[in-house]
Design a protein around this ligand. Structure first.
Ligand code: SF4
Ligand code: SF4
Length: 141
């Protein structure tokens, strides 16, 4: 990840690549591209385009993206395309079926569960399909 300090900070370890931030950004300042058959994502913030509306930070479910302490940043034209935060997010593999998957960060689990125990953390380390199967097996069999 490049370390440009712009209007937004971004923590790839907390990002679940839900793409909400890109969807709600009125300035088109966030670009997320899936690469080569679900192997990785490119995540780019164009700080020059950001209007500081705060939509992305408000709707991000994990707090992965946040407004920094940089506010009125006027950039020369020559830096228009270099004032970026870019990161490549690599898919993990489901420990059960080896399908590519995005890890669920603890910040998200904390929102959904009042108490996190090992069984919940283990369940959410699986891909959605294996998680469903595991829950179904426990409930039905
Ligand atoms: S603060 Fe607003 S304009 Fe800037 S990246 Fe987020 S959603 Fe886009
Ligand atoms: S930064 Fe937040 S809103 Fe954007 S893709 Fe990552 S988790 Fe989703």
């Amino acid at each position: 990840m490049n370390a440009y300090k712009g209007k937004l900070s971004y923590d790839p370890t907390q990002c679940i690549v839900c793409q909400t931030c890109a969807f709600v950004c009125p300035a088109g300042a966030i670009n997320i591209t899936c690469k080569a058959l679900k192997q990785s994502y490119d995540f780019i913030i164009w700080h020059n385009s950001c209007t500081l509306c705060g939509n992305c930070t408000y709707f991000c479910p994990t707090g992965a993206i946040a407004l920094s302490d940089v506010r009125a940043e006027a950039l020369p034209q020559s830096q228009k395309y270099t004032a970026i935060t870019s990161s490549t997010l690599t898919f993990d593999r489901c420990p059960k079926c080896a399908e590519p998957m995005i890890k669920t960060p603890e910040a998200l689990l904390n929102k959904g569960f009042s108490r996190l125990d090992d069984s919940v953390v283990a369940l959410f380390s699986l891909c959605p399909k294996c998680r469903r199967e595991s829950t179904f097996t426990k409930r039905v069999l």
